[in-house]
Design a protein around this ligand. Structure first.
Ligand code: ATP
Ligand code: MG
Length: 249
């Protein structure tokens, strides 16, 4: 890994690039994952690489839904494993929620590698390898899932997701939460709860909010979730970006 001094003005961003780059060299991240990361970076730049309070609101509602869920699952792909494997495991433990690996560019080797990364980060078990069920309407590999994992879940967190799987999961009646820096993506517009934030900032906050929400009574959480308007939150996020663009110079 290239040494990046902490004094570098773009230290955080460059460190993430290094994680994605070494993730690709190790076989965790598919080469197209680099492009997806680049799209994310561009939107993060527009946010000033910070979490606006509007995005934090979505994070709290997502935490409430995870606490209310009967059988929640966190879906993990190569980029997520390279950037936030430990946070995924922590979130899985505090909710508690299952972890399942789901890849567009699926190969036995990458599936096993990502499972190992999650297990090394402390996960007791990881779903996805079996692939004994299919999400209806998806002809590609992201449709493959585990019967006891995503297939049977009621709430599913799908960070850095594809719009068509997000829609297909919703069609199955699941509550879908995503983390996506692009408020315009199909995923962002299809999910029930969209956290427009970098996954590296959103996941640790979710861990904290889940711990807080577990102390609250279920009726309060249900009311919070019921009042959530995702499209309104996305509009506000676009407002945040547009205000920043107008006041930068
Ligand atoms: P869609 O199919 O939903 O329209 P897309 O095709 O534009 O999405 P994909 O390549 O499927 O995008 O997935 C990558 C998405 O993840 C992009 O929207 C990108 O902004 C987002 N993204 C990339 N890196 C991060 C990150 N670190 N944190 C949060 N979001 C990210
Ligand atoms: Mg896509």
């Amino acid at each position: 890994m290239t040494h990046i001094p902490k004094s570098h003005p773009r230290y955080q961003s460059l460190m993430l690039r290094e994680l994605i780059s070494s993730g690709m060299k190790n076989g965790l991240v598919h080469e197209t994952g680099l492009i997806a990361h680049g799209r994310g970076e561009a939107f993060d730049y527009l946010l000033g690489e910070d979490t606006p309070s509007i995005a934090d609101e979505a994070c709290k509602i997502a935490a409430a839904q995870l606490v209310l869920a009967n059988d929640p699952v966190l879906s993990v792909n190569g980029n997520v494993a390279a950037l936030v494997a430990q946070d995924c495991v922590k979130l899985g433990q505090v909710v508690p929620a299952k972890l399942e690996v789901n890849l567009f560019h699926r190969s036995a080797e990458r599936m096993n590698l990502i499972c190992d990364v999650l297990k090394n980060a402390g996960a007791a078990s990881v779903y996805g390898i079996h692939g004994d069920a299919r999400i209806a309407g998806l002809d590609h590999n992201r449709g493959i899932c585990d019967k006891n994992g995503i297939y049977g879940s009621d709430v599913v967190l799908v960070p850095l997701e594809d719009g068509d799987r997000c829609a297909a999961l919703k069609k199955m009646g699941k509550i879908v939460i995503t983390i996506d820096l692009n408020p315009l993506s199909r995923t962002a517009r299809t999910a029930d709860i969209t956290i427009v934030d970098n996954v590296v900032r959103a996941l640790p906050r979710m861990v904290k909010y889940v711990q807080d929400m577990k102390q609250q009574d279920k009726e309060t959480l249900k009311n919070m979730a019921m009042l959530w308007d995702n499209m309104d939150n996305l509009r506000k996020m676009l407002g945040v970006i547009s205000d920043r663009l107008h006041t930068l110079f």
